[in-house]
Design a protein around this ligand. Structure first.
Ligand SMILES: [Zn+2]
Length: 259
């Protein structure tokens, strides 16, 4: 596949929950529901009714109905406008900031935090017909995320090592990038993000082992704070065979160094 990056637009697919052509009145997405309740509150109530979690790095797509993301963008834009006003920025006569609230809202909901709001990309799994059981390394996959603490960008790379079993279900190479992007497009903590990705791959592929290495620049260390431009964070997760077999682990890590 020639393209490595998935254009954000192809990912921004609102999940179609029902294939009916006519939407029943009660299924129509709430914009500002009944008594002027903000849409975020409507969604939040659905989540709480199911006792589900909605931390920054959780996906809440199943609580969002088709069409509601647009409404969320509008709500975030309204509040972002209030933030700009509190920052004492004259968004009326400063043409540069005139539509900033709308742009930022759209960026959050539809792009950089989109992994919270859209369903997991579909992964076509195919049986391991040639019964591969050799180490596979996928990467580097470009990672664009943001830290949950400051909402500052995290830019980095990920390598995934998979040791499939003869019974493993395999997924296409591009799916590793799509899955990674889906997990990373949320406010994250690097350590938790790699664990989540490893859990997901274990569940999907059922391999003998999974290993992930992530190497990233944290802009909250560069743009603010200590302003250390060279600080990077590297962390890894080793599962199954990668944990038990030090030769396999060494092989994986040495192959990364050559890239
Ligand atoms: Zn931070």
């Amino acid at each position: 596949m020639p393209t490595k990056k998935i254009p954000a637009k192809t990912v921004v697919k609102t999940p179609v929950k029902k294939a009916s052509s006519v939407k029943p009145a009660n299924k129509v997405a709430a914009k500002k529901s009944d008594a002027g309740t903000p849409l975020s509150v409507v969604i939040r109530r659905r989540i709480e009714a199911q006792k589900a979690r909605f931390h920054a790095n959780d996906n809440i797509s199943k609580f969002i109905q088709p069409g509601e993301l647009e409404g969320l963008v509008d709500e975030v834009a309204e509040k972002m406008q209030a933030v700009l006003e509190s920052l004492v920025i004259d968004t009326e006569s400063d043409h540069n900031t005139k539509n900033t609230s709308q742009r930022v809202a759209k960026m959050f909901v539809k792009e950089v935090f989109n992994g919270r709001y859209i369903e997991q990309p579909t992964l076509t799994k195919f049986p391991n017909v040639s019964r591969l059981n050799e180490l596979m390394i996928i990467g580097p996959i470009t990672v664009r995320s943001a830290c949950s603490h400051h909402l500052c960008p995290i830019m980095g790379r990920i390598w995934i090592g998979v040791l499939p079993s003869k019974e493993s279900a395999l997924i296409g190479l591009s799916k590793y990038s799509r899955l990674t992007e889906w997990v990373m497009c949320r406010p994250q903590i690097q350590e938790e993000a790699v664990v989540e990705l490893a859990d997901m791959l274990e569940k999907k592929i059922k391999p003998i082992g999974v290993a992930i290495v992530m190497d990233a620049d944290h802009f909250c260390m560069q743009w603010r704070g200590v302003k250390d431009r060279d600080s990077k964070m590297v962390n890894s997760v080793m599962r199954g065979a990668f944990l038990k077999d030090s030769n396999l682990r060494r092989e994986f890590l040495s192959l990364l160094e050559k890239r």
